[in-house]
Write a protein that binds this ligand. Sequence first.
Ligand SMILES: Nc1ncnc2c1ncn2[C@@H]1O[C@H](COP(=O)(O)OP(=O)(O)OP(=O)(O)O)[C@@H](O)[C@H]1O
Length: 231
Amino acid sequence: MLEVAGIDAFHGETQALFGASISVGASEVVALLGPNGAGKTTTLRSILGLTRARAGRIRFAGEDITALPTHRISKKGISWVPDDRRVFPTLTVARNLQIARRRTAFRQWSVGEMFGIFSALEHLMPRECENLSGGEMQMVAISRALLASPGLVLFDEPSQGLAPKIVQDVLKTIRMLKAEGIASLVVEQNALAALEASDRVYVMKQGRIVHHGPAQDLLRDVVLRRRLIGI
Ligand SMILES: Nc1ncnc2c1ncn2[C@@H]1O[C@H](COP(=O)(O)OP(=O)(O)OP(=O)(O)O)[C@@H](O)[C@H]1O
């Protein structure tokens, strides 16, 4: 479904990614782990065309998307749940969700289905997003990503700043997406929770992929895990 092949990316003149390669299969959940500054967010931004890959190729659903503008990439069926949520603060939840809707080659979701996933969402609809808690805002951000009809969702630190119960809800949602045939690429500081929810894992250090394999291997092999991700 997604093939990132040997990409280099830069912030100004500083190189942040060095030949990074990642693949995500249809309905696969893939974790992208690594220390601060390893290049995880830059990888997600490169897939979305927000930070341009200067070398390498990115393919999604059989098409080369390396040079496409971000709005066309999202119309191909890639949604993003950014770490800072980026909902429109002065608009209501209902309006934020309404403007997120998009047709792609993938399944369309209704706002009613979002109420089924996040039971608290319905009564938040008339509220302005700037008045929401972190967990409520995350519900809006994930619902918005789904209403854009994705085949793949990029999650950047989805559990950041959230209460443990909400973190569990987020992970449950990622597993539900998998059951619906939607793939996820998940950048997460909460590495153990991410590994438990994932099929495969990539570990990055200093802009390079230094390990990839089944998530279960890192869960079972404490020595390898400590060496790679320090926990
Ligand atoms: N806008 C920017 N301008 C300049 N350098 C940047 C910018 N964003 C990131 N970098 C640098 O690029 C490198 C990779 O950063 P990136 O945010 O992708 O890492 P990360 O693995 O997502 O880490 P974190 O968990 O801290 O977000 C780091 O050295 C970082 O300082």
